[in-house]
Design a protein around this ligand. Sequence first.
Ligand code: 13P
Ligand code: SF4
Length: 313
Amino acid sequence: AVEGLDLFEEIDRLREELGAVILAHYYQEPEIQDIADFIGDSLQLARQAQRTDARVIVFCGVHFMAETAKILNPEKTVVLPDLEAGCSLADSCPPERFAAFLEEHPGHAVVSYVNTSAAVKALSDVICTSSNAEKVIATIPEGTPIVFAPDRHLGRYLMERTGRKMVLWPGTCMVHVRFSEKKIRQLKVRHPDAEVLAHPECEEAVLRLADHVGSTSSLLRRAVESPARRFIVATEPGIIHQMKKAAPGKEFVRAPGRGPEGSCEACGECPHMRRNTLEKLYRCMRDLRPEITLDEELRLRALRPIERMLEIG
Ligand code: 13P
Ligand code: SF4
């Protein structure tokens, strides 16, 4: 039992004892963000995992993020608070079906979003995140056809941005497709001064309403740099914790979801990210479990396209 324990103190003690680094994504609950050594978007966290000399990486995010950290660090112990913290995008793209899809598209360069399993990464030529996707696509020679997986909304947005035609895998993020264009429009009428910030996993109609589209770190930067005082945030609201810290005095309103007010569908939170709690974080450090393990042959195949991404810068 953890009753009576000061979890912040215990986590600090274990961090010291284990020589651990705690990495947290912006979508984690505020308490987890506050105790982490580094907070970032998926690319920043992959880079932190690549350069850390800590013996233990405690990854507060979802499974594919911790798995990416393990692929980069086979000798380190990588734990995450809840092994069930998955991702609807990664789940939408089972490796056997993806392999069959690729057979139907011979000669294509395969660009996969980091939100995929190691097995899908192993079938890919290069990985990208929402903060470097345009740069990654620019490295594919003009004239080479591209398969992009698994997010079809991000894929469509990237086609528009880069002018490249791509064959898209039909996956979506269960969190970002729930934002309601109609309700955001109504909110804009109430707050005509507000800027809309949106992650590119949102549907096209929502992106059309946005003043700024970008990865979580890009949305955070915009919140600081924009002259606006009020923002409607169309991404997981965990990031509002850092927005408030970085831009005190500004107001951040969660973009409303399609579900009835007060429901989980309306709140914008990622049920996978939110499986992690301070208590589970403490337990995973105490027990060094659940731990990410990977077959070495698969790890090596998944490593190649990740390294290619990290070299692109
Ligand atoms: P970022 O790479 O922008 O942090 O996005 C991660 C994610 O899971 C988006 O839903
Ligand atoms: Fe996956 Fe969407 Fe959750 Fe990000 S917000 S981890 S893409 S389900």
